[in-house]
Design a protein around this ligand. Structure first.
Ligand code: NAP
Length: 529
């Protein structure tokens, strides 16, 4: 496929004359052709207007039509999987195997959303039939369901050029809900975004849906994103990225004359609590697995375990000693962008002033371009609680050991934490049974509480929750991964006393779509009357 370096304004391509930026191969420092032109003000305006025009017809499209769109996007992505993965590898330095996994994840996610659209029950239709004879007042017929919000602006993150980017979870959920998407391309993987956007636009054309259902705009710096979030036709924002960026967009969305929901999935330090019996059984094995988890993807996971709470117990010394050895012997790891590498150097330097650096990869002095040495830090619970900066994310291959005075102090430690995407306990069944209070506290802090598995993997499924109390996410009531992610882009609408023929099919007496509905408080697929 020929890459053009131009934005997608619906089906049209941007006219930007000169290249404003290029993808960079973080493994070599090489500049990747083509150059990418920034969308001009008129192009931004046109993309939003197209989305606004597409909103009503796309909302009115049946679940089956939208499912066909998602399935076709998935098929188009399958057809370009090889060049897509190669380009994502060149732009991110992530391994081919990891990116093949991400491709399967996004196509699987699109098909999972298609399946719930085909069933149709996701609109949560509720029908309270009229009670004309009720005393003292009759009850009118009330029927409600979930309807799309309208155009959504989506921002993806650098560390998942596929799974949390152009056709990632936010785009899939918004399109499934019936919302047009304007995607703000990530500057770290512009061509990966272009290949995915072609697959999406071709699917929209093939399904004869309005071109404004999807646009992708390129821009450097914050101006493009800010313009989109402030545009009056935009009705919601979905963001995956840093706390600083997410918070700026939340504040901006709230400052509009019409404030709009801004769903930001941000960073997390993902506390992990080590319990005694498990550590006693295999301290070195546990150190090995922990090392593999916090250096996975060079530590560039929002779910990286970044705080390890432990206390003196049988096996603890062997665990810490082995972890130090693993870090000291590690090779430098590739980071995604020179900016992330620079931030890692700065933040690990600052951390070394606040916590003891107990191990650092040997070859750190000679790290190649955009690579960083794994670092291990250690502190006590008292010092951790006295220095709030120690609870902040360092994006990259590092973690912090926090030595607690005893097991009882885990509950106090957990209670003082900020909101998290995940919280993990490692222990035997007996260990876990003794930690009910800790589990309850962690459930108030995190979107996902995990036993005996590292938090880095995030399954795409119906029950998954990837979110959590602020600052992990802007709104703890929602998830950005899994089929519940669709709830962010819909609102309930109630129809009172409307004639049957004017109601959406999902609410009509005959239940022509055969969906599961709550009729007078009882779940049923049966028709009324
Ligand atoms: P980022 O620097 O926040 O960038 C994300 C996107 O937002 C980019 O397109 C960026 O565009 C834009 N942006 C950032 N700040 C902005 C602002 N103030 N105004 C307007 N636009 C803004 O994040 P990243 O480096 O790509 O990703 C790494 C971070 O994402 C890590 O902190 C990681 O933990 C987090 N993350 C979270 C999740 C999750 O699900 N919670 C998943 C993956 C990653 P410009 O650069 O052009 O401004």
């Amino acid at each position: 496929m020929e890459l053009t370096g131009r934005s997608f304004i619906g089906r049209q391509r941007g006219a930007g004359e000169s290249a404003a930026f290029y993808g960079i191969n973080p493994l070599t420092g090489a500049r990747l052709e083509p150059g990418y032109a920034e969308a001009g003000d008129d192009e931004i305006e046109r993309a939003v207007q197209l989305a606004a025009q597409a909103a009503a017809p796309f909302a009115a499209a049946s679940g089956k039509q939208r499912a066909a769109l998602l399935r076709r996007i998935a098929a188009n992505l399958d057809a370009v999987a090889e060049p897509l993965v190669e380009r994502a590898h060149a732009e991110s330095g992530l391994s081919l195997q990891r990116l093949q996994g991400e491709t399967a994840r996004i196509t699987g996610q699109l098909r999972l959303f298609a399946s719930i659209l085909e069933d149709g029950s996701w609109v949560r239709a509720r029908i309270d039939t009229a009670l004309p004879d009720r005393k003292p007042m009759p009850r009118p017929a009330l029927r409600s369901l979930l309807r799309p919000l309208g155009p959504v602006v989506v921002f993806g993150a650098s560390n998942f050029p596929l799974a949390f980017s152009t056709a990632g979870g936010d785009t899939a959920a918004a399109l499934a809900a019936g919302c047009p998407v304007i995607f703000k391309a990530h500057p770290a993987h512009p061509a990966t975004g272009e290949i995915v956007a072609v697959a999406i636009q071709q699917a929209i054309a093939a399904e004869q849906l309005p071109e404004g259902v999807f646009s992708l705009l390129y821009g450097l710096g914050n101006k493009l994103g800010l313009t989109l979030v402030l545009h009056p036709a935009v009705q919601a924002v979905a963001f995956t990225g840093s706390q600083r960026g997410g918070r700026a967009l939340m504040d901006l969305a709230a400052s509009r004359p019409q404030p709009i929901p801004c769903f930001t999935e941000m960073s997390s330090v993902n506390p992990l609590f080590v319990l005694p019996e498990l550590l006693a059984a295999d301290p070195e094995g546990f150190a090995q697995n922990l090392f593999a988890s916090f250096t996975l993807g060079s530590g560039q996971f929002c779910t990286k375990p970044g705080l390890i709470f432990w206390t003196k117990m049988t096996g603890a010394e062997a665990f810490v000693a082995h972890l130090k050895k693993l870090v000291a012997n590690a090779a430098p790891l590739p980071l995604l962008t020179p900016g992330i590498a620079q931030a890692y150097t700065q933040l690990t330097g600052e951390r070394a002033k606040q916590a003891a650096r107990v191990a650092e990869a040997k070859n750190s002095g000679e790290a190649p371009f955009c690579h960083a040495a794994p670092h291990l830090y250690s502190t006590t619970l008292a010092d951790f609680q006295a220095r709030p900066a120690l609870a902040e994310e360092i994006f990259g291959p590092t973690t912090l050991l926090i030595e607690c005075p005893d097991l009882a102090s885990y509950v106090r430690a957990a209670g003082a934490l900020d909101g998290q995407l995940t919280a993990t306990l490692f222990g035997t069944e007996a260990d876990l049974a003794a930690q009910r209070e800790l589990i309850d506290v962690l459930a108030t802090k995190a979107g996902r509480v995990i036993a005996n598995a590292f938090p880095t993997g995030v399954e795409v499924s119906h029950a998954m929750v990837h979110g959590g109390p602020y600052p992990a996410a802007s709104d703890a009531r929602f998830t950005s991964v899994g089929t519940r992610a669709i709830d962010r882009f819909v609102r309930p609408v109630c129809y009172q006393s409307l004639p049957d023929a004017l109601l959406p099919a999902e609410l009509q007496d005959a239940n022509p779509l055969g969906i599961l509905r709550l009729v007078d408080g009882k779940e049923t697929r049966a028709a009324i009357g």
